[in-house]
Design a protein around this ligand. Structure first.
Ligand code: ATP
Length: 237
């Protein structure tokens, strides 16, 4: 179902063929994790909610794959925080930007940024550097689903708290992210939004979650979880 939908989105020009390759890599890791949210991801999703509730200028950044896969969940997440939304893509044409923004609007988004960039992310040469000052450039906490490593690194270098949603705990994005979430995008955004609702107004709990969260521990636990479940098949009874 998801594969057919993505292939259709490629035909429409919203997703690029390389987006299908990224999706395949994600599927492989999802398979290794049993296609469910594993405990370290859930902990990271709770931490993401805490950081988003503490943010002064939160933003949810979207690209072709994330828009094709989970438009409504991403919009719901941005609305519940509330956070701005901005489209940022590698293969940028005016036509593709227009189609992606119109698609998001048809799914319920309003005020989505990205079409008229007036700033650049430093240290990036591709069109992914193009962004808006009021959105990505000035944000302090940014959610980046299905991100590439170069841009994640550049956002960290700008001093932002980067919350990545990337099933691959070994990717450069996951390695540099402040909050690396190794979970499938639909499950991740739903869980973060639920935690935003649960944590809102609980200042002490939010502080404590932020203080005790460790990105390195999360990645180590994620990889440990994958290794243990792979090896469990060979354990003697
Ligand atoms: P990096 O540049 O960070 O090392 P990469 O070369 O894998 O990573 P991309 O090809 O842009 O960069 O990959 C985007 C990432 O998104 C992949 O690592 C993949 O695991 C992840 N991904 C793909 N589909 C999903 C999905 N549905 N939910 C969550 N993550 C996904």
């Amino acid at each position: 179902m998801v594969r057919e939908h993505l292939a259709e989105m490629v035909d429409q020009g919203l997703v690029t063929p390389t987006g299908l390759i990224s999706h395949g890599r994600g599927e492989a890791f999802d398979y290794l994790m049993g296609e469910r949210t594993i405990p370290p991801a859930l902990e990271a999703e709770r931490a993401a909610a805490a950081f988003l509730l503490r943010a002064k200028k939160p933003i949810v950044c979207v690209n072709g794959n994330s828009i094709a896969l989970e438009p409504k969940g991403l919009i719901a997440l941005a609305k519940c925080i509330p956070a701005k939304m901005e489209v940022n893509i590698f293969h940028r044409t005016e036509e593709r930007m227009r189609m992606l923004i119109e698609y998001m609007e048809s799914q319920g988004a309003d005020g989505i940024l990205g079409r008229d960039p007036d700033a650049r992310i430093p240290n990036l040469t591709s069109d992914r550097a193009l962004c808006t000052k009021e959105g990505i450039f000035d944000s302090d906490v940014i959610v980046v689903p299905i991100e590439d490593g170069d841009r994640a690194e550049a956002l960290i270098a700008m001093g932002k708290i980067v919350i990545s949603i990337d099933l691959n705990p070994l990717s450069r994005t996951s390695k540099v992210a402040s909050v690396p979430i190794s979970d499938e995008i639909s499950r991740a955004v739903e869980n973060i939004a639920r935690f935003v609702g649960e944590l809102r107004g609980k200042d002490d709990e939010i502080d404590s979650i932020i203080k005790h969260f460790s990105a390195v521990r999360t990645r180590r636990d994620t990889i440990g979880y994958i290794c243990d479940s792979l090896m469990s098949e060979f354990k003697e009874n």
